[in-house]
Design a protein around this ligand. Structure first.
Ligand code: PLP
Length: 412
């Protein structure tokens, strides 16, 4: 990925770009550690979208007038920004969707319709978010196919020794997460793609928890599909990306039908538009797409390497501090990880701790994190999850750990 750095990375000044970080919750300064669920938005994204609604809004692709042309240009520029951000070769390999869930359902529907039949196998992993599990499970049920899963060990790392026996003649696709939302594990997706390709098995990567933390280059990964959500990478909600290699997007049927995705329509027959519009039926979330483009440009201003260096520092700091709290057990200790911490405290339910942290202005998530098979692996009913982002600081980690100590003293 070509990164154009314009600003040095300084968390204190980054925080100034995010208006919500300056509010209080229950009278306390907000510590936002729920970034795995959604990230906050920098001013440039908020203001771009506000300006469009106030001054520039018009539906794209269908008008001859100034505003429509201007919006179409901005939409296609955003597509090109996404292309550069993930290192794709062509803009028409970038499809705008409603989010990661939308993108995965699109591939499961379109690819599944064409290539998965009775007795075939679809391979996932046990650490998938439900968004990358349930669509495949439903497809397999419908088609009489079998869902198989790569297991993981107690560190939360995939057991890749099992891979060769899980790849069979009937494996039609492997769909796996780049980074686990429940454990923080970074999977070695490049190697996995290479091993799948040796068997001619295409691979889709769920990048929902990866693109905001790691430099992703889909050409280097050589994956067949890569998907992510705008709202988890400092962009708006309701917009997401489906990257697909040209050969697949040309080959696969549309998964939704309607306006804009067609070329010629008569009462007898319809022909489809060229890529990527073939996969963008109806009025898309074009303002969301432009907002996402701004978010990616904002990140490129620092460079993903600089952001990752800061976040790695937070990982070390938080691991050390959390490890000092008596009774804390961290789930997910992969050697390669991002700043997501899933943990429980001895004899205390995560929900109770979450409630006390909330009263202290600290936002964490409690529950299964839409990854129930991960919880089943560890035999637990949920965890507390602190998920950090570029604007979080070591000082916040200290206050969070002191909040945990308060919770322990109140609940034991
Ligand atoms: N995949 C992973 C790994 C996730 O963490 C999430 C959301 O938390 C999703 C998919 C679904 O993303 P969205 O709800 O934005 O479609």
């Amino acid at each position: 990925m070509a990164v154009q750095k314009t600003s040095p990375f300084d968390p204190a000044s980054v925080r100034k770009d995010f208006p919500i970080l300056h509010r209080k919750v229950h009278g306390k300064p907000l510590i936002y550690f729920d970034n795995g669920a959604t990230t906050q938005k920098p001013r440039v994204v908020i203001e771009t979208m506000k300006r469009i609604y106030e001054k520039e809004n018009s539906s794209i692709h269908r008008g001859v007038h100034h505003l429509s042309n201007r919006m179409t240009e901005a939409y296609e520029e955003a597509r090109n920004t996404v292309r550069k951000f993930i290192g794709a070769a062509n803009s028409h390999e970038i499809v705008f969707t409603s989010g990661t869930t939308g993108s995965i359902n699109a591939v499961a529907t379109s690819f599944g319709e064409k290539y998965v039949g009775p007795g075939d196998e679809v391979l996932v992993t046990v650490m998938e978010h439900h968004a990358n599990l349930v669509p495949w499970q439903m497809l397999c049920e419908k088609k009489g196919a079998h869902l198989r899963a790569i297991p993981m060990n107690d560190r939360g790392e995939l057991m890749l020794d099992h891979l060769d026996s899980l790849f069979t003649e009937r494996t039609r696709i492997l769909s796996l997460t780049h980074v686990s939302n429940a454990l923080g594990t970074i999977n070695p997706v490049k190697d996995i793609v290479a091993r799948a390709h040796e068997r001619n098995i295409p691979v889709m990567i769920d990048g929902a928890q990866a693109v905001q933390h790691l430099t992703v280059d889909v050409t280097d990964l050589d994956c067949d599909f890569y998907v992510f959500s705008g709202h988890k990478i400092y962009g708006p909600t309701g917009i997401g990306i489906l990257y697909g290699k040209e050969k697949w997007l040309e080959d696969l049927p549309p998964y939704q039908y309607g306006g804009d995705m067609v070329d010629q329509v008569s009462m007898e027959k319809t022909t489809f538009n060229e890529l990527p519009l073939k996969f963008e039926a109806g009025t898309t979330n074009y303002i969301g797409a432009i907002g996402l483009g701004k978010a990616l440009e904002y990140l490129q201003g620092f460079g993903l390497e600089a952001i990752a260096a800061h976040e790695n520092h937070l990982v070390d700091y938080a691991t050390n501090y959390l490890g000092q709290v008596p009774g804390v057990r961290i789930y997910g200790k992969a050697r390669e990880r991002i700043a997501i911490f899933s943990f429980r405290m001895e004899n205390i339910h995560p929900y109770d701790v979450g409630m006390i942290l909330d009263k202290l202005g600290i936002a964490v998530r409690t529950g299964t994190h839409c990854a129930q098979p991960v919880m089943q692996h560890f035999g637990i009913d949920g965890t507390l999850r602190a998920s950090l982002a570029m604007y979080n600081t070591t000082d916040e980690i200290k206050r969070f750990v002191s909040g945990l100590r308060t919770a322990i003293s109140m609940l034991t």
